[in-house]
Design a protein around this ligand. Sequence first.
Ligand code: NAG
Ligand code: NAG
Ligand code: NAG
Ligand code: NAG
Ligand code: NAG
Ligand code: NAG
Ligand code: NAG
Ligand code: NAG
Ligand code: NAG
Ligand code: NAG
Ligand code: NAG
Length: 568
Amino acid sequence: MASLRVLLVALFHLFFLLDFTSCRALSTRADNSTLPSLAEATVDELQDGLGAGLFTSVDLVNAYVARIKEVNGSVKAVVELNPDALAIASRLDSERGNGTVRGPLHGIPILVKNNIATDDQMDNTAGSFALVGAKVPRDATVVRKLRAAGAIILGKANLSQWANYRSSNSTSGWSAYGGQVIGAYYPNQDPSGSSSGSGVGAALGLALGALGTETDGSILSPSNKNNLVGIKPSVGLTSRSLVVPISPRQDTVGPMARTVKDAAYILQAIAGVDQYDNYTSAIPNNGSLPDYVSACYESALGGARLGVPTNLIELFNSDGSFDTEIAAFKASLAVLTAAGATIVPDTNYTALSEYAVSQNETLVLNADFVANLPTYLATLTANPAKVSSLADVRTFTQTDPREDYPDRDTAIWDMALNTTDTPPNTSPEVWAAYTANQFLGGAGGLVGALDTYNLDAVVLPTSLSPGISAIIGAPVVTVPLGFYPANATVVSKDGARGLVDSAPGVPFGLSFAGRHWSEAALVGYAYAFEQRTKARAEGKPWVTPTTELRDVLVEGAKPRPRQRTRAV
Ligand SMILES: *[C@@H]1O[C@H](CO)[C@@H](O)[C@H](O)[C@H]1NC(C)=O
Ligand SMILES: *[C@@H]1O[C@H](CO)[C@@H](O)[C@H](O)[C@H]1NC(C)=O
Ligand SMILES: *[C@@H]1O[C@H](CO)[C@@H](O)[C@H](O)[C@H]1NC(C)=O
Ligand SMILES: *[C@@H]1O[C@H](CO)[C@@H](O)[C@H](O)[C@H]1NC(C)=O
Ligand SMILES: *[C@@H]1O[C@H](CO)[C@@H](O)[C@H](O)[C@H]1NC(C)=O
Ligand SMILES: *[C@@H]1O[C@H](CO)[C@@H](O)[C@H](O)[C@H]1NC(C)=O
Ligand SMILES: *[C@@H]1O[C@H](CO)[C@@H](O)[C@H](O)[C@H]1NC(C)=O
Ligand SMILES: *[C@@H]1O[C@H](CO)[C@@H](O)[C@H](O)[C@H]1NC(C)=O
Ligand SMILES: *[C@@H]1O[C@H](CO)[C@@H](O)[C@H](O)[C@H]1NC(C)=O
Ligand SMILES: *[C@@H]1O[C@H](CO)[C@@H](O)[C@H](O)[C@H]1NC(C)=O
Ligand SMILES: CC(=O)N[C@H]1CO[C@H](CO)[C@@H](O)[C@@H]1O
C-alpha cells in the first residue's frame, strides 16, 4: 500500500512537474522576441501565436481587458465589457484544440460601437440612457457574422451620442452613458466621431480592431485622428440590421484597425447579403464578394489612375486650417507615382459650389431619422424607457438630468420633428433632395470626375474626404499619412469645450474614394501605400497601456486543469 501511495505521489509529481514545466515553457516563451506587442499586434501575428500555442484566446481577452482598465479612466473608449468574453474565448480555444479554426478571426477580440446591437448581456444604447436595458431579438447581422467567423466581441465602444445626431452644442465622442472619449495622440484630444471609442480602442491596442458606423465621416474621421485604417464600405455592402439608424440611404458599418490587411479581414467577415437589410441585395455578382485580403499586395497601385479634385481641396481649406495636412498630402502623391500610379491633377467636381451650400443632405437625414428610429425601437423586445418615437426620445433626453440638457441641446431633433422644416421622408420634397444628392455627389461630383478623367479613384486628405462620397453611399478607405509637427500650434475649435483639434503629434490620413463596390481596389491602393510609408509607426500616443501577453501568461504560469486531466 505504502509503495503504491509513493508511486501515486511520484506519478502525481511527475505529471504536476511535466505540466508545470510546460507552463514554465509558456512563460519562458513569453519573451519579447516571440510574443506580439498588443499595441501593434496584427491578425496574422495573433493567429501564428495562437496556432503555435504561445498563448490562448483566454490570454488575449485577459490582456486586452487589463489594457482597457489601465487607460479607460483617461480615454473612456470602452463603455461596457462583455461579461461572456472569457467563456466565449475558452470555447474557441477548445475548438482550436480540437483542430477547428474557423478562419483568420478565430479567437480574436474585437470591439463594436455602442450603436450596434448584441443579443447578450451588453446594452445597445447609442450612448443614451433612454436605451439602457433595452433588448434586441437577435444580434445585429454584422455581429452574428463576426461571431460565426470566430471573433470575440470584447465590449462596446463609446461614441458621439446618437452617432452625433442630437445636438448643435455637443462634442465628438461625448455620450451621456459613456462620458467624453479622449483621442489617443494628445492630452484632451478631440477623438473625432462618431465612432470615437472604436477609434481610440483600436489605436491603443485595446482589441485587435473595432467596428464603427458612418453616415457622413464617422468611420473616416476618428480613423484619421487616431492613426488608423478605416474602411467606409459602400452603403449596402454591410448589413445595418439592428444598428441604431440615422438614414438607410447613408448609414454603413465598417472596420477600424491598425493595418489595411486587418481591416480587410474584418470587412470580409461582416460584408454580404442579409435578408434583414434589403440594400444588401444590390451587392453585385449575385452577392459573391471579392477577396479583400488578397487585394492587399505590394504592386496594387501599378497602373491605377488617381484623380485629385483640387477645387474641393481649395474650397474646404479656404481658411488655411488644413495646410499641414494638404502639404503632406501633396508630398504623398510622389509616393503614389513611384508605386506605379498615374496622378491626374485637377479632376474638379463640376457642381462643387452647389454642394457647398446645399441643405439636401440635412433634409434627407432628418426626414429619414424621424421615420427610421421608430422602426428600430419597434424591434426591441424590452424597452424600459418606453420610447417608441423620436419625440419620446427627445422628451426623455430633455427631462433626464444625466443627458446634460439644455447645455447639450436637441437642435437636430427639434429640426427633424418640425414638420415645416422637415416634411415626411416619403414626400416629394425629400425625394427631390435625395435625387439632388445623387447629382451633387454623382455626375456633378465624384462619379463625374471618375468618368470624365477615366479614373479608378480619387485621393484626398482624409479630413476633406467624407462628404461627397457620403451623399451617394460610395466607399472610402483611409490610411495613416502623417502627424502635426512638433512646433504645431495647439488648436481648439469653437464649441469644442476645450478639446484639442490639432496639436503636435496629432495624426491624419490619406483617403482613396471610388465608385460603389470598388472596396477591393481601394483596399489594394491603401495597402500598397501603407507598405511603402508605414506612417503609423511614427505616432506616439499620449497614453499607453503597458499590459502585454507576457504579463497574463506569467500570472497564469501554474498547472492548468485541462492539461492535467489530459495527462492523467
Ligand atoms: C521585455 O521588455 C520589457 C520592457 O519592454 C522588459 O521589462 C522585460 O524585461 C523584457 N523581457 C524579456 C524576457 O526580455
Ligand atoms: C470606462 O470608464 C468609465 C469612466 O471612468 C467607467 O465608468 C467605466 O466603467 C469604464 N469601463 C470599463 C469597461 O472599465
Ligand atoms: C471537442 O471535441 C470533443 C470530442 O469530440 C467534443 O466533445 C467537444 O464538444 C469539442 N469541443 C468543441 C469546443 O468543439
Ligand atoms: C426594403 O425594405 C423596406 C423596409 O422593410 C421597404 O420599405 C422597401 O420597400 C424595401 N425595398 C426593396 C427594394 O425591397
Ligand atoms: C444567386 O444566388 C442565389 C443564392 O445563393 C442562388 O440561388 C442563385 O442561383 C444565384 N443566381 C445566379 C444567377 O447565380
Ligand atoms: C480646378 O480647380 C482649381 C482650383 O479651383 C483651379 O485652379 C483649376 O484651374 C481647375 N481646373 C480645371 C481643369 O477646371
Ligand atoms: C438641393 O440641391 C439642388 C441642386 O444643387 C439645389 O438646387 C437645391 O436648392 C438644394 N436644396 C436644398 C434644400 O438645399
Ligand atoms: C453650449 O455649451 C456651452 C458649454 O457648456 C455653454 O456654455 C453654452 O451655454 C451652450 N450653448 C447653448 C446655446 O446652450
Ligand atoms: C418650425 O420651423 C419653422 C420654420 O423654420 C419655424 O418658423 C417654427 O417656429 C418652428 N416651429 C417650432 C414649433 O419650433
Ligand atoms: C515649424 O517649423 C517648420 C520647419 O522649421 C516651419 O516651416 C514652420 O513655419 C514652423 N511652424 C510653426 C507653426 O511655427
Ligand atoms: C456605462 C459606463 O461606464 N458609464 C460611465 C461612463 O462615464 C461616465 C462619465 O465619466 C460615467 O458617469 C458613467 O457612469
